[in-house]
Design a protein around this ligand. Structure first.
Ligand code: ATP
Length: 309
């Protein structure tokens, strides 16, 4: 596993030490150890039920751990939150019925020890035009923008986002990530859980892959792609394609035939292509490329599933 180097003297923004959380027989978080440092933008990935939301809940002190210790800035989550060092945008909840967008944002600003002006918070989240609307009358994407405003109501050192762009349209997403980049550039740590792997690839400088409550991979997107090992091979064939012969190629991990185009994944692309010629098959327009983050993620998590079953 790759670990991110940081000076031994720096107090981690987030410290998880052998943290465990169980629900009945389910180990949602299973001996998780982790350190995040100032200025990092970190994507938390994992299949459904991997433990992402539970990890964020533990981090925010919303749930107690059954074992291990969670620290924020060297203190308890509660102390860090009371000191206004953490802004959070969770998947649901957080929006009080019966109040307007402006009233809710004003409240969040009044609770923060280092608030930004309400007008700035509304403008940054792109909700100035709907400031007088009741929060229970908002669309899904608008409600997400309001949650984003609440998370950035004041000057926090750590911003936690659980699937932040779900329901946002393309321009809202772009504006959202531009703002998050600014926050990270100013030295803040941004941790976000997502199922949008292209966002993780584009935004995060560190990617964590969780699976059954354990950390499967920790590194840059490039390192995660390299860890998956496999490569993509695509080529065209003429005439009838013998799929069963292709399926017998060595090191093949997936096969997809569409018209005359064959796309495969292989854990040793050189050997697979060599064997292809051995079949008497002459591929045209041959392309060999590394995996995208999404394919690497699937390869890593499926390999772990296979190991455990
Ligand atoms: N309150 C709860 N009671 C019982 N089981 C729970 C509870 N919350 C979560 N779990 C279980 O713990 C595991 C981890 O759930 P969690 O919500 O943390 O995963 P996740 O990675 O955020 O999933 P998703 O991508 O679907 O949001 C799952 O098996 C889930 O069913």
């Amino acid at each position: 596993m790759t670990t991110t180097a940081a000076p031994a003297t720096t107090t981690p923004v987030v410290g998880f030490d052998q943290v465990t959380k169980t629900y009945g027989s389910v180990r949602a978080v299973d001996g998780l150890s982790l350190r995040l440092y100032p200025g990092e933008t970190v994507a938390l990935l994992g299949p459904n039920g991997a433990g992402k939301s539970t990890t964020l809940d533990l981090l925010l002190g919303l749930k107690p751990a059954d074992g291990g210790t969670v620290s924020l800035f060297g203190t308890t989550p509660r102390e860090a939150i009371v000191a206004g060092r953490v802004g959070a945008m969770l998947q649901s909840g957080g929006l009080m019925d019966g109040v307007t967008v402006a009233e809710l944002v004003k409240l969040a600003c009044s609770l923060h020890p280092r608030p930004y002006p309400v007008a700035d918070v509304l403008a940054r989240a792109g909700i100035a035009q709907i400031a007088d609307r009741k929060v229970d009358k908002l669309s899904g994407g608008q409600a997400q923008r309001v949650r984003f405003a609440l998370a950035t109501a004041g000057d926090s050192d750590l911003i936690i986002l659980d699937e932040p762009t779900t329901g946002m349209d393309v321009s809202a997403r772009q504006a959202f990530w531009a703002t998050m980049r600014e926050q990270a550039d100013q030295g803040r740590t941004v941790l976000f859980a997502t199922h949008y792997l292209e966002e993780a690839d584009a935004i995060a400088d560190r990617v964590l892959v969780l699976h059954r409550g354990r950390l499967l991979a920790d590194g840059t997107a490039a390192e995660i792609k390299a860890k998956a090992g496999a490569r993509r091979v695509a080529f065209d064939l003429e005439g009838e394609i013998d799929q069963s012969a292709l399926r017998g190629l060595p090191f093949l991990t997936s096969l997809d035939v569409s018209g005359q185009t064959v796309r495969i994944q292989s854990s040793d692309a050189d050997a697979t292509v060599h064997a292809l010629y051995g079949l008497g098959v002459y591929p045209r327009n041959l392309e060999v490329a590394g995996l995208g983050l999404e394919q690497a993620f699937v390869a890593i998590t499926e390999a772990e599933e296979a190991k455990q079953s």
